[in-house]
Design a binder for this molecule. Structure first.
Ligand SMILES: Nc1ncnc2c1ncn2[C@@H]1O[C@H](COP(=O)(O)OP(=O)(O)O)[C@@H](O)[C@H]1O
Ligand SMILES: [Mg+2]
Length: 255
């Protein structure tokens, strides 16, 4: 379990120290079950408005699909919601915190504690085993080793990959890598899971397995999901669908 970990030790140490320096209100009781609130969010690259006055809400346990043609601004919007990118104007509130008012360090801390992310190409760290990849976010929030190991075992069992705990990503199939990535994204029990085309690189049988897992896990944990997808099958696990075109929400429909 420790092979490869020294490489990230300094990063983990700095992250933990920074995290403890930042005062977070994440444990305060919420006034509502609103996880994410976007009001008239706008983002441009150069003089091109890529996200154009988008407003949306996401509540605890809710799954919201974001669909639309390639280049319509889905990933940019997702990145703004996750604090990876900054919106130019409008308001983005995650768990009642206005992201625009947070410093870079505070934003990193919010991401570490409250957000999990999965991607089309999995983005597992190749030098860490499956179990170590899942353990990483728990190290980033400073959880002790015993609690970490217990959580990793629980998740490996939940995604039915206990027997592959010591495998490296290159030794896993695409479907297995995405299941590990989901476990990693949810290990620290984030309020919000951001998923950018998570079945885009999988065959339909594996894609379906991933979608069922996402649906079940969010039902079990109350994690809200913002799911960017081209697939109708993926949108079908969501409660609502936002259709995006040229940076705008063209319409909203029931899934
Ligand atoms: N970092 C960037 N710099 C400049 N243009 C970008 C950047 N990221 C995305 N874009 C442009 O913004 C538009 C929307 O991109 P994106 O949000 O990735 O759309 P989608 O995810 O819907 O395919 C595209 O035209 C893309 O080329
Ligand atoms: Mg995209």
């Amino acid at each position: 379990m420790t092979k490869g970990l020294p490489r990230v030790a300094l990063f983990l140490f700095l992250s933990t120290v920074m995290s403890s320096m930042v005062s977070l209100s994440r444990n305060a009781p919420l006034s509502s079950d609103l996880v994410l609130e976007a009001i008239s969010v706008t983002k441009s690259y150069g003089n091109r408005q890529v996200v154009d006055q988008v407003s949306a809400e996401l509540r605890r346990g809710e799954r919201l699909a974001l669909t639309g043609p390639s280049g319509s601004g889905k990933t940019t919007l997702l990145n703004c919601c996750g604090g990876i990118d900054r919106a130019d104007s409008g308001i983005l509130r995650l768990l009642n915190q206005n992201l625009a008012q947070l410093s870079g360090e505070q934003l990193s801390a919010v991401r570490r504690h409250s957000i999990g992310t999965i991607f089309q190409f999995f983005h597992l760290l190749p030098t860490l085993t499956a179990a170590e990849n899942i353990e990483l976010p728990l190290q980033l929030i400073g959880q002790d080793s015993t609690a970490r190991k217990a959580r990793v075992c629980e998740l490996l069992e939940r995604i039915q990959l206990t027997s592959r705990a010591g495998a490296f990503p290159a030794q896993l199939s695409g479907g297995e890598m995405q299941r590990i990535a989901i476990a990693r994204a949810l290990a620290h029990r984030p309020a919000l899971l951001l998923a950018d085309e998570p079945t885009g690189n999988l065959d339909s049988a594996n894609g379906e397995k991933i979608l069922t897992l996402l649906k079940e896990l969010s039902d079990e944990t109350g994690t809200a999901i913002l799911l960017v997808t081209h697939s109708e099958q993926a949108a079908a696990i969501c409660h609502r669908v936002l259709h995006m075109r040229d940076g705008r929400i063209e319409r909203e429909s029931e899934a």
